[in-house]
Each structure stands twice: as C-alpha cells, then as structure tokens.
Design a protein around this ligand. Structure first.
Ligand SMILES: [Zn+2]
Length: 399
C-alpha cells in the first residue's frame, strides 16, 4: 500500500514536471509552475523524497533541474539562493501527542479564573522590531528573567515558538521539582503550531522535543492575552523588547527562514518572467492594450463577478466576442457595420472609444464621452469596462 502511494506521488510529480518543461519550452510560464517548483524544492532540500535509483525519480529530478536552471538564468544576480536551507521539514507525525495546551477565553481572563495560585507560571514573549528580533522568558517563581537576541531576525511566530522552547529548556535546567508548571504565551498561532500532530517546521519540532522532556512533570501551555496587564506577560514583553534592541542580550541562532520566504522570492521571479513575456509579444494587440501588465489586483477584481460578466469582460479584453468584424470573419454575417450607430465597422476599438451611439453610456460608466484609444481604458477599473460593455448588442446577439 505504502509503495503504491509513493509510486502515485512520484508519478504525479513526473507528469507535473513534464507539463512544466513543455510549458517552459513554449515560453509561456503559468503561475501554476511556481507551486510545483516550490514543492520540488522542498523535496530536494530534504533529500528524503527522491530516490535517484528510480528512473522515474531521475526524470523528475532532471525536469526540476531544468526549471531551476531557467529560474537561475533569470535571476543569477538577485541574490536568491535556491539551495539555502529553510525551516521546512517533510511532514513528521507526532503520535505521542504534545503537552497539554489550553486557550482560555478572554472572559475567563477577565474573571481572573485562569491562573491557579498553586501553579508555577513561566511567561514567554517575542518582539520583532526594525532593529532585530528578541525573545523574553519571565518567571517570578523560578527566578528567571532572560532576554535573547535572535541572530539575523526571523518571523514573529518562529520567535514566539523559540521563546517557548527556551522556557522549556530553562525549566529543565532549573532542576527544581516540577509540579503544575504552566508556560504562558500570547501567540495563539504559536500554541496551535506546537499542538499540531503533523509538523512541517524544524523550529516547531525542536520545541515539541524540548517540551516532551517535561511532559511527565505536569507541564502545560496556556494562552495569555497580550497587553492586558497580566504581570508576567508584561515582564516577558519587556525582556523580549530588550532582546530585540540588542544591548548586551545573549545572542541565539535564529530559526532558518520559513519556506514562504523562498516561495515569495520565486513568485517574484516568475511574475517578472511572466511580465517580460507578456510585454514582448507581437500578437494579442487588443488584450495587451487593455491589460498591459500582469496585475493580480485587477484579476481578483474581475474574478469576483458572476460568470456571465466575466465572459463579457474576457470577450472585450481579448477581442474574442461577437463584434461585427468577427461575425464577418466567421462567415456568420456579411455586414460588419456597427449595430449601435451603423456608421463604421464594428470593432472593439470603435465600441470602446468612439462609437457615437455609446457616448452617454461611456460618460456614465467610464467618466468620458470619447477615448483616444484602447490605451486610455487600460487605466480604468475592470468594473467600469464591464458595466460599459454589458449592454452591447454583440453580447446579447442571437443569430
Ligand atoms: Zn458605432
């Protein structure tokens, strides 16, 4: 069964790789490739997935090399190092379970019913500032007040997890008999990551390991609301800020950058490549005039509409709709003259820019009676173009 699953995964990767190479060969790079590329990078980084003796694995690796080479060529001078290690970990399953984690509601905190007076509390916090990242661990009962500076900075959630891991270590080395020890953190995201049974982050895994040393001693994790005057939380926050500021705080190696930083960099490169291809094309004149650059916001704006409106917008923007010149080309009618004004040939440009019959509608929807050319509409929101075009006869034509 396991072998079959592995075979399917490799087979699927192989198909995707082939697709990516085919697509690269014809020089159109859809965004989908990026996801595949990142997936492959994860596998390559961990050296755990691909079996190089397997001929199919060889082909996947080969295809991946081609993609990397392509990306590398594009970006050799941008400081992206695809071989740099990341915090990503091929999924590990924590079947033993983690320490007890509780996220009390804000109301429980307001009622003062969370902190048990017999427990030993250890508070943790992280601070990310322009000058750097720091963590703080504070416990009155165990006499701990520690600040650390994280080398080269890191993401906030990683820092919060580091703080909890360090708290676990300090509790362990304190050597005191432990009963009812609670580690507090104000990051629910960090606590949820640590509670997860499937781990894909090295820093989460190391934190789970540190906590597992204490599991037998009745240690639990608990959420505390930040900036709500809980004394221990204020103490940990102050220590974390001290660490972020530098000033003599002990320096600790940061977690490796999250895989998302590599994804962002790859996304940027692919977007750049996509833009370059789009801008250097000789065809798709109407589309390149009305949609001159790759613009994700505009795409989102378009796709939030109902299918019928998206169809209309796509028809206008690509020129592939039933305007007179197309109907004549497709041999559906003999007459290509404008059905709105009957004065000129019915083209997208004529309808968009200067058909006199649409003067008022243009003013209402695009704020201008006439446009000089399609480039003028490129700056307009896709909503304006859609509401201008939705009543054109070519979109209601029944022939
Ligand atoms: Zn007209």
């Amino acid at each position: 069964m396991l072998m079959m699953m592995q075979f399917d995964a490799v087979n699927l990767s192989y198909c995707l790789a082939r697709l990516a190479v085919e697509v690269l060969a014809v020089e159109v790079l859809p965004m989908k490739v990026e996801f595949y590329l990142v997936e492959q990078l994860c596998y390559l980084h961990c050296n755990e997935y691909l079996d190089m003796d397997n001929w199919m694995g060889m082909k996947v690796a080969f295809a991946t090399e081609l993609i990397l080479e392509e990306i590398g060529k594009l970006n050799s001078n941008k400081g992206l190092n695809l071989n740099s290690p990341t915090d990503y970990l091929v999924a590990r399953h924590n079947f033993e379970g983690c320490v007890n984690i509780r996220i009390p509601s804000k109301e429980e905190w307001e009622d003062n019913s969370v902190i048990n007076e017999h427990e030993t509390s250890v508070y943790t916090d992280a601070s990310i500032t322009k000058t750097g990242a720091g963590i703080g661990i504070y416990s009155e009962a165990l006499n701990i007040q520690k600040s650390y500076r994280l080398k080269n900075g890191c993401h906030a959630i990683q820092a919060e997890i580091c703080a909890i891991r360090e708290a676990a270590r300090l509790i362990w080395v304190s050597g005191k008999p432990l009963r009812d020890v609670t580690i507090y953190s104000d990051s629910q995201a960090a606590l949820r990551s640590i509670a997860s049974k499937t781990v894909r982050s090295k820093v989460v895994m190391s934190c789970q390991e540190a906590l597992s040393w204490l599991r037998g001693d009745g240690v639990g994790l608990r959420w505390v609301p930040g900036h709500k005057n809980v004394v221990g939380n204020i103490g940990a926050d102050r220590l974390a800020k001290l660490g972020a500021g530098g000033n003599g705080a002990e320096v600790m190696d940061s977690p490796l950058p999250p895989i998302s930083s590599l994804k962002d960099a790859i996304e940027e490169i692919i977007l750049e490549k996509h833009r370059e291809i789009w801008q250097n094309r000789n065809d798709c004149g109407i589309a390149r005039n009305l949609w001159p650059k790759i613009d994700n916001n505009r795409t989102r704006q378009l796709l939030k509409h109902k299918k019928n409106l998206v169809r209309i917008a796509a028809g206008v923007v690509t020129g592939n709709c039933a305007v007179g010149v197309n109907l004549q080309k497709w041999k559906i009618t003999d007459d290509s003259s404008c059905r709105e004004c009957n004065e000129e040939e019915e083209t997208i440009e004529h309808l968009m820019c200067w058909c006199p019959a649409l003067e008022n509608r243009r003013l209402q929807t695009m704020g201008q009676e006439f446009l000089d050319g399609l480039e003028d509409a490129a700056e307009m929101g896709i909503d304006n173009i859609m509401s201008f075009a939705r009543n054109w006869k070519c979109f209601n034509a029944r022939w």
